[in-house]
Design a protein around this ligand. Sequence first.
Ligand SMILES: N[C@@H](CCC(=O)N[C@@H](CS)C(=O)NCC(=O)O)C(=O)O
Length: 284
Amino acid sequence: MQIADDQIRTSEVRNWKGIHLLHFSDSSCSQKVRILLREKQIPWESHPVDLARQKHVTPWFLGINPRGVVPVLVHDGVVHVESNDILEYLDDHVPSPAEPYLPQTDHERSVARESLDLEDSLHMELRTITMGFLFPASLVAKSPKTLERYANQGAPDPKRDKEIAWWRRFAEIGIPDDEGRAAAEAFGGAFARLDARLAEAPWLLGDRISLLEIAWFISVHRLDLAGYPLERHPRLGAHYEMLRTRPAFAAEAAGAFVTGSFIRAYRAYRRLRRTTLRDVMVAA
Ligand SMILES: N[C@@H](CCC(=O)N[C@@H](CS)C(=O)NCC(=O)O)C(=O)O
């Protein structure tokens, strides 16, 4: 999806030539786009936006994406948002030595779109799991001052209002266990469908790797980190392990250096306290 010209207040991006990605190391949606760029050997310029330091809540960034979220792709001065749309856009429009990551028939395209939409529809559930189980709430909650800045900069955007409402509630009550459980069960339903597909074919779509592997890999990885019982979906688990042997996927599974080690230590702490996602699911 493109951001309309009249919403872009940071006009310098209009002069950016080539492929530019505004992204964050530990953002699931950014991870998807980086995997595709690496898999397809597309040269790109990196513009890190540190979400942990609230760099997305600045007039500069909100002047590019008024929704205040990453990733953002700028291709020859045109601004694209929504990670799955960016994946499709890159696959369709940017030259690469690799084969396309989406089959070209109408039928397969619509199957792909349905699965990508399902993955996108679970984004808030993924956030619930990330914020509820991978980090202490005190570390990731936004302060009232940040929320105030978030609300008052950039072109008006209803999607940003929704983001702010989510973060406000998170600062107030964190993630209640029943919401963590519901998020995990929503993924459980989607994972069961993927697992069923893998009972019939080695890939999620067509006869080779596709955007579906890329889009779902990061969700599986996050849930695995949070302690989700992946053994419920053995074929999906095996597929995930196979994907982890590809360098572009392995790089993202390893995580950023600082957060990667932090998450490991915090996960051990949650295991000790018996408050991992798995514990919460079993307690129901
Ligand atoms: N549907 C959007 C979701 C984008 C999104 O929510 N990105 C997250 C990171 S994965 C973000 O920027 N969060 C802002 C924050 O943490 O405050 C997409 O697929 O690109």
